[in-house]
Write a protein that binds this ligand. Structure first.
Ligand code: PEP
Ligand code: MG
Length: 582
């Protein structure tokens, strides 16, 4: 039995036979061609490129129909690369001037491009370099007449183990037969991870080289909740899996029945659970699971998945789709949180020199320095505000001046719209993310000026504990249960309470059932979470009373180690909801 750990990017535990996809290290057959074959070889390169472009367009259409235009935009970027005149010129030149075979020329040119991108040392750019390797793979596949036939010819359920899965391959996976997948490479922000979540296929990425000895057909357990792949499980592990599957099924059935029931504590306190979304398509999953609205709409994904700056119409159309699905339910539209690990392709140059992008020009700082970009988005938000219950929220606010400047620009845009006779909601609530320690320390000052707070624990933990949220080498130090984090949440609650302002927790901490009694005990009544977590969290809320939650949070706040806090909370969860602890 082999057990491997990676990054869990899409939850669920499944068992099935392994389908191992080749490492894709195509063997380049010839390095040189004879001079008189050059024209024929150039023609072969162009034919392969045309077929690849056609395939990409077909993928784009398929994904657009299945998942929506935002996801399909990934393929526009691929297409743009395949049609890049510089790339074509360099390959042609190697074939024509140096008599290299098209296979060798393609591999050399594309790898050079990808390596240059990776050398910039930026996580986002490194992941985009994978798109270039994807294009290389596609071109070589056509030139060499090979393809990953296995994926399109599936006739029985499998678990895919691959060095890498391209976004194209992931988006077109047949969910009837693909139980889950695990890849050796990849990170949290890769398109492959985003698509796995949207398709709700259990998935793990970033396992490191480990599938070399697996030939296919072996039994695999893929645990997308804990990021574990177990190859050839022993009898005891299999028995544990079967037992937990049976229990999970019972839990899922019971949780489905909670979808229409309110998130209400044992003593009748109503708790609002909202969904976090990146794309308008996800809103339906939230509504189906009984969300009370959208507590965090990460609008930067509109930028990230496209290859051009979204227009006011693009923003407006996306917001209207979300609002239409939500009816009267609130929708918190967060303004662009671009920068750090979220850099759109079209802005890569602007960020290339940043030594420390997590502390650099990101989020509201970027919007304030780029007023036309900010105003375009604000116009769209305001115009959409007449179609639903919209709230606007600024990310990564670290000083009062930033908040005031952002609000002032919003007021300017309101005046412009008024002059143009365009209707909008003048009183729409204006809130801010609390995700920088300075915002907590000044929470009282902020509370006088904002309409609501939303605590972004993902960044708050990173900036408080000086611990990169996406670096696996410090993952053990990145703890939601750290006493400093509990204290910061207490401080925000106290300040908000004084000025009667609403507080939501929208970081991943609130999607973890262990932390729900603690958060309720600290006074939280609004949680914004990953859509698939909603039923489980509702279950916790419905099994605890506020007085019990307060006892739990009081005890947790007395502990001085993150490890002890988390251990204590796990114990409390297994007492309150034993089924949720696996
Ligand atoms: C957070 O930081 O907790 C948050 C919700 O924002 P994001 O994950 O988009 O940075
Ligand atoms: Mg954040």
């Amino acid at each position: 039995m082999q057990v491997r750990s990676g990054i869990a990017v899409s939850p669920g535990v499944v068992k099935g036979p392994a389908l191992v996809l080749g490492s894709e290290s195509f063997r380049i057959p010839r390095k040189f061609v004879t001079q008189d074959a050059v024209d024929a070889e150039l023609h072969r390169f162009h034919s392969a490129r045309e077929v690849v472009c056609r395939d990409i367009k077909a993928n784009e259409q398929l994904v657009s129909a299945q998942l929506g235009a935002e996801y399909a935009a990934i393929f526009s970027a691929h297409l743009q690369m395949a049609q890049d005149p510089r790339l074509i010129r360099e390959v042609e030149s190697l074939i024509r001037d140096q008599s290299h075979s098209p296979e060798y020329a393609v591999s050399r040119v594309l790898r050079k491009f990808a390596e240059q991108m990776q050398a910039l040392g930026d996580q986002y750019l490194s992941e985009r370099a994978l798109d270039i390797y994807d294009l290389e793979k596609r071109l070589l596949g056509k030139l060499l007449g090979e393809s990953r036939e296995e994926l399109s010819n599936l006739t029985e359920p499998v678990i895919i183990l691959a060095h890498d899965l391209t976004p194209g391959e992931t988006a077109t996976l047949n969910t009837k037969y693909v139980l889950g997948f695990a890849t050796e490479v990849g990170g949290h922000t890769s398109h492959t991870a985003i698509l796995a979540g949207a398709l709700e296929i259990p998935a793990i990425v970033g396992l490191g080289r480990c599938f070399g000895g697996v030939s296919g057909g072996e039994t695999v357990i893929l645990d997308g909740d804990h990021g574990q792949v177990i190859i050839d499980p022993d009898a005891a592990t299999l028995a544990r899996f079967e037992a937990s599957q049976a229990r999970n099924l019972r839990v899922i059935e019971r949780l489905e029945q909670l979808e229409s029931l309110p998130a209400e504590t044992q003593d009748g306190q109503r708790v609002r659970i909202y969904g976090n979304i990146e794309f308008p398509e996800e809103v339906q999953q939230c509504i189906r699971r009984g969300a009370d609205g959208i507590g965090l709409y990460r609008t930067e994904f509109l930028f990230l998945s496209g290859n051009r700056e979204p227009s006011e119409a693009d923003h407006y159309e996306a917001y209207c789709r979300v609002l239409e699905a939500c009816g009267d339910l609130p929708v918190v539209i967060r303004t662009l949180d671009i920068g750090a690990d979220k850099v759109p392709g079209i802005m890569q140059k602007q960020f290339a020199d940043s030594q420390n992008p997590m502390l650099g020009l990101r989020s509201i700082r970027l919007s304030l320095q780029n007023t036309p970009l900010f105003k375009t988005q604000l116009r769209a938000i305001l115009r959409a505000s007449v179609h639903g219950n919209v709230k606007v929220m600024f990310p990564l606010v670290s000083s009062l001046l930033e908040f005031r400047q952002a609000r002032m620009i919003l007021m300017d845009v309101m005046e412009d719209l008024e002059d143009e006779g365009i209707p909008f909601q003048r009183n729409l609530p204006i809130g801010m993310m609390v995700e920088v320690p300075s915002a907590v320390l000044l929470a009282e000052e902020f509370a006088r000026e904002v309409d609501f707070f939303s605590i972004g624990t993902n960044d708050l933990i990173q900036y408080t504990l000086a611990c990169d949220r996406s670096d696996p080498s410090v993952a053990n130090l990145y703890r939601s249960g750290d006493p400093s984090i509990l204290r910061l949440i207490q401080m925000v609650m106290k300040a908000a309470d004084k000025y009667k302002k609403q507080v939501t927790v929208c970081g991943q901490m609130s999607s973890d059932p262990r932390f729900i009694p603690l958060l309720l005990g600290l006074g939280l009544r609004h949680l914004s979470v990953t859509p698939h977590a909603i039923p489980r969290l509702k279950e916790v809320v419905r099994n605890v009373s506020i007085s019990e939650a307060e006892r739990i949070s009081r005890h947790a706040c007395e502990l001085d180690l993150a490890r002890d806090v988390e251990h204590f909370l796990l114990g409390e969860l297994s007492r309150l909801c034993p089924d949720l602890v696996v």
